[in-house]
Structure formats: C-alpha cells, structure tokens
Design a protein around this ligand. Structure first.
Ligand SMILES: *Cc1c(COP(=O)(O)O)cnc(C)c1O
Length: 381
C-alpha cells in the first residue's frame, strides 16, 4: 500500500487498491457492514469512525494522488471543509480567507463562524502580501482557493505557505478546481488540502463527496472532530468514488487539452470580449500557474457583450446549462445567476462577475466539437 508512485496515471488506477483478497479478484468488494466485532481490535470499525474498508481505500488513493501522508473521505465537500475548520479552530481564533471563495464556503463562514466566537478577515484579490497584512496575533489559519471561481485567479501558494510557516500559522486550500492531477499544494508547503469530490474526483455528475488530505498529525486532529460531526460517506458511494478515480488522470488530462484549445479559440473570436484561463499567456498570473500547476485545468470563463447570455446558452447543442462542474460532459453556467446570485449587482460588478460572464466546465468530448458548438452559438448571424 505504501508503494511510491511516480505517475499520476498509475496512481489513479492502483494506489490504495486492495482487490478481492477472498477470491483473488481484481476489484475491491463493497464492505457495507455497519456492525463489526469489537473484541481484540484497538478501535472498532464503524462507518462514522471513517475507518471501514471502502472509506480507508479511497482516502488512501486520494492521499497518494495529493502527495499527503493521510486523508479522510467525507459525505460532501462542505462536510470536509467545515469539519476541518471546526476541528482546528477554537473560540477567539481568527482566520484570513481569500474573498474569491466558493459561495457555500463563504456563507458557511459568514453565517456560522460568529456563532462560535471565531473571527475572520477576507482578502480581496490574489496578492500574498495582502494576506500578510491581514494577520492578527489571533490568526491560526490562512485559507485560499487557486484557481478561484469563477475568474480563475491564481495565488502564489509557495509564498502564502512561507508567510504562514514563519509565524506558525496553518494553511489550507480548496483544491477542487485544480484536482489532485494538476496541482499538489502540499509539495508547495501548504498544510491542508480540501476537495469537493462531487466535481473532478467523482467526475460523472452523479456522486456527492468530499475529502481532506494532510499530515498524519493534522488528520488525527480532524478525525477526532469528524467522528462527532458525523459527515461520513457510505461504502457503496466510496466504492463508486474508487472506481471513478481510476480514470481521474485520463479525464483531467483530456479536460486540460480541451480547455486550452477552447480558451485559445475564444480569444481569437471577435464577439468574445474577455477569456479567463490560466493557460493563456495573457492571464496576469500565467507564470505563477505554470510554476505551481502541472496542467491548467478544465475550467474557464468568458465574457460576451453582444448577446444575452441565456440566449447564448439556449443556442448550444452539445454543452448543457447546469450548476456544478468537473463532469465528463461539458457544462456552462452564469455565475451571476448561480454562485454569485446572493450578491447585489454593485457587489458582483466590483468582484468582476458581470451579467455577461459565462463559466465553462470543459468535459472530455472532442475539443473541436466543443469549439464548433460554442462558436455557432456566439457568432452573430
Ligand atoms: C462544489 C464545491 C464545494 C462544495 O462541495 P459540495 O460537494 O457541494 O459540498 C467547495 N468548493 C468548491 C470549489 C466547489 O466547487
């Protein structure tokens, strides 16, 4: 199980895999028991203890892919994120968050933190030095998302980690957009990686799960609270997640290739005003992205001013309008009407999320088919 994997493709298929030890089959069986013998074992197995076989196998697979020592699989991305924050923080602590967060995380912080005596500061933009200036003597954690939603901002993760390390502050990243294939923040000095596995890890728009990956010591602390909060994932879904991850590197590599092609094609289209994609040399943080990511990801956003965005989306024949992201099928969404709908229009404009912005989650279809679909919908005729 502790085999070193140098290739993400090989690790996606084989890491953590136990196989069927009873019948010598290739595939991990589903172990659905919620009741185990308690005699002669240090800790009884129980689904809410996050220690049953399918849970452990999928957590191990993700830990290997994220180059982390240990991990926990949860029932959703939010269960992973909120459990981790609550486990590591206590009354009176302060956290510095990036402002461009996933909406669910932003609302969890602003609605829940004050109830528990936790304080926080939001940092606008992507300059690590601004995080430094937001620190207080009570700051225990810095939390970032890179690439961010929906404008694909990139933060220099090694610099954020350095700022925090020097002061004994923990760092945490939501690595959902990059996936473990394109970015391993732990190798850049970040302490904790969270994922919404509902996106790339599940990858087929049919599973809700989450994960946290970190050192053995931090995972042990998170686990203690996780057992109390109970955001556990059942064996059947864990088994599906293990199956999904076998194609993670394959899927994400195809999504990287398609997204790059689409970003370049849209950049050359007169009707498109702006394309946000870290793989474009015109992206303001392209050099940082190239240094800290091994692929630029399958998410991109673009702006059009000549057409109502709903009209544009209804003209698409292949790409479906949908919330969520990371599936094998390409989907498109208006962030102003979905992730950023609760903001006022001036707040949205200030953050760059205009009514004319569209966010594309690029799937594994043929890239030229996707470009054809987008261009026939965008072009004036
Ligand atoms: C979807 C998402 C989440 C929340 O995950 P759930 O699985 O819906 O709980 C957190 N962060 C990002 C970046 C996401 O896209």
């Amino acid at each position: 199980m502790n085999k070193e994997f140098t290739s993400k493709h090989t690790a996606s298929v084989h890491a953590g895999a136990a196989g069927d030890l009873q019948y010598n089959g290739l595939i991990t069986p589903v172990f659905p028991s919620s009741a185990y013998d308690y005699e002669g074992v240090p800790i009884t197995l129980y689904p809410r203890y996050f220690n049953t076989p399918n849970q452990k196998i999928v957590a191990e697979k993700l830990a290997v892919l994220e180059k982390a020592a240990d991990g926990i699989i949860f029932s959703s991305g939010m269960a992973a994120i909120v459990t981790t924050l609550m486990a590591l923080l206590k009354k009176g602590d302060h956290v510095v968050f990036q402002r461009d967060l996933y909406g669910g995380t932003f609302y969890a912080i602003t609605k829940e933190f004050p109830k528990y005596g936790l304080s926080f500061t939001f940092v606008e933009g992507d300059n690590p030095e601004d995080f430094l200036h937001a620190l207080t003597p009570e700051t225990k954690l810095i939390y970032v998302e890179s690439p961010s939603n929906p404008l694909l901002k990139i933060i220099d993760l090694a610099r954020v980690a350095e700022i925090a390390r020097q002061r004994g502050i923990l760092t945490m990243i939501d690595n959902t957009f990059a996936s473990p294939i394109n970015q391993n923040p732990i190798t850049l000095g970040i302490d904790i990686v969270a994922h919404s596995g509902t996106k790339y890890i599940g990858g087929h728009s049919d599973i809700c799960c989450g994960a946290v990956l970190s050192s053995k010591e931090i995972i042990a602390r998170v686990l203690e609270s996780a057992i109390h909060f109970g955001g556990t994932l059942d064996a059947h879904t864990c088994w599906l997640v293990e199956r999904s991850i076998k194609t993670l590197a394959l899927r994400v590599n195809q999504q990287n290739i398609n997204a790059q092609k689409i970003a370049e094609a849209l950049s050359e289209t007169a009707e498109v005003d702006h394309v946000y994609y870290p793989g474009l040399p015109s992206h303001p943080s392209h050099a940082i992205a190239a240094a800290q990511m091994t692929g630029f990801g399958g998410m991109l956003s673009f702006e059009v001013s000549h057409m109502d965005t709903n009209k544009l989306m209804s003209r698409l024949q292949l790409i479906r309008r949908a919330v969520s992201l990371g599936g094998v099928e390409s989907t498109i969404t208006s962030p102003a009407k979905t992730s950023h709908a609760k903001l006022t229009k001036p707040e949205r404009m200030a953050s760059g999320v205009t009514d004319q912005l569209l966010r594309l989650s690029v799937g594994i279809e043929d890239g030229n088919d996707l470009i054809d679909d987008l261009l026939q919908a965008i072009k004036k005729n």
